[in-house]
Write a protein that binds this ligand. Sequence first.
Ligand code: SF4
Length: 653
Amino acid sequence: MSMPMRIAHIDLSRCRSEFETLAPDLIRKWGGGSGLASWLFYQEVAPNIDPLGPENPVWIMGGPLTGTVAPCSGRIEVVTKSALTGILGLSNTGGHFGARLKLAGLDGLVLRGASDKPVYLWVRPGQIEFKDASHLWGKDTWETAETIGKELNDHHCKRIKVMAIGPAGENLVRFACVVNERYHTAARGGAGAVLGSKKVKAIVVDAKEAPLQISEAFQKTARRVAQKIKKSVACQNYSRFGSIGVSDLCTEMGDLPGRNFQTGALEGWKENRGTDRIRSFISKPEGSCYHCAMPCFNSVEVKEGEYVGLKISSGTFVQVVLEFGAKCGIESLPAIWRCKDLCHRLGMDYGSASGAISFAMELFQRGLLDTRHTKGQKLRWGDEQATLGLLAQIAYRQGLGNILAEGTSRASAFLGPATAPYVMTIKGMEMIGQDVRAGRRGWSLGSLTSPRGGDNVRTTHMQGDTLRPMSLLKPENRSQWEAYSQNFVSNVDMFPEIKEAIYGNPPLVDPLTYQGKAFLTKWFEDLFSGVNALGLCTFPADKCALGPSDYAELFSAFIGEEISPRGFMEIGERIFNIQKLYLIREGMSRSDDIWPPRFFNEKLPDGPAEGSVVSKETIEKVLDEYYEARGWDRKTSGPTAVTLRRLGIENLL
Ligand code: SF4
């Protein structure tokens, strides 16, 4: 092993910490990041604990390659029991926090117990100090970092890196997130609320930059892999423009999550919120993660109007435009970015926040909420001031915000059964992304099988399930479609039998068929789980620029032991299985792998996918195929004994 992995166990109740060096065979089997943390979390934590109780630990865990010279190695995972869903809360953040933690001699922090007064942790090489944070309580995430920077004589936070919660975390908003370096968030699942329940306002890593002692063989592999990323056209495009192309793709496919998924098409979308419109705001690259070979943080800047001066570093991530622009119907991009800005400062996951607000807007539309619930405020689609007001009310738990702060599913239970049809969650987490009635089938399926619920971010296979332009599917373009598919499939780093299972022979890349999508979903879930466990960003894999051969080579060079590409994929599969086991242990089953009823019962009313609806029968068949491919029981959806034995975790039987 090039470098041993070390973690700090932090007892918040007793203000004590101790260090542990992890056994190399543990790393060989689980990597680090969400892999190792999920495994150790599963073993340590009893079923059915209260996520907001002191018995819920928080693992902040880098991978073995985090902070090394491997490309895109600035990633770190936060694992805890989700305050929102009650299943495993998995969220990943970038920036420089993880790399700086490595320089402080640590790969992970495990926070247990709870402090009786607000604290922040000051992590330096060989020591962890518990500092009073009473004066920080109430501050937003940006103010918190600035104040700590001044206190520790690092006014611009160059030496220190701060991970903080905002008022939302303090107030136990169930989808509160943690924010580091302003724009980087471990967003989904409410880890911010869990830290808030422990009275941890911030974690500060403080270490000077210095080269790590890593073998020449590893450095050579890292350079080769970095070149591969840099040469990839898909990565180059992503680096320049992020995911803004998805905005126009949605209008082509009619899969916008419009007005809480009531419609897949919104009038004026392309003009107001389309790809070219977003592009016109791009100013310069800013805020990307540590040692990235395809830096994708581009700032957008508002130069006029009500939000003049507003600047967002991750402005080319299209997701927020779909969330506040489509789900809540806000037309103005600057207003949408102001919503994101506010979520960052208050410390809230904007995916769940926009979900809760669009749910409330639909209730208002249907007369299930009225001005008596909102202190006179009308909740109309696209009302940016109402949305901004509700975001603040949620974070501070005021009025209707106090109900929405519980998340959409709990809010609906409180507001009554008539509101249930408008809850757009999977496993208790608000859905983000496109409408599954019209969206790419593999992309959609990933949201059903995700071990954290709500989205497909743990398996976003953008490149493997996308066709640009979609008009290649027209009969007159058949030969071009075949040529594109042949070229893509022959170049992608994937095992031959998997290629055939997904794309057929001769291969066809068809985002609109469910055929092969069970295998596609499993493949990328396992691949991403492995990549995440190394502490690397999944985007190069998402763009199919890298595959298991590259990751196996990197990992092998690091640990000084040969891991084959199939061995690497097995690590990912093992991780995905332990995360599924946690979900089963918490009482979930096959019936939870389901989308909200709207997608099965209501046809899309307009747009290119007008009339589309999901067939329950088809989805059940695809799920059967998926469980079969995974070696999971079709009835319970849990891993079978044979599968656990194959993955070397039969001790969990
Ligand atoms: S690709 Fe983007 S998200 Fe990934 S490590 Fe680089 S800057 Fe961070």
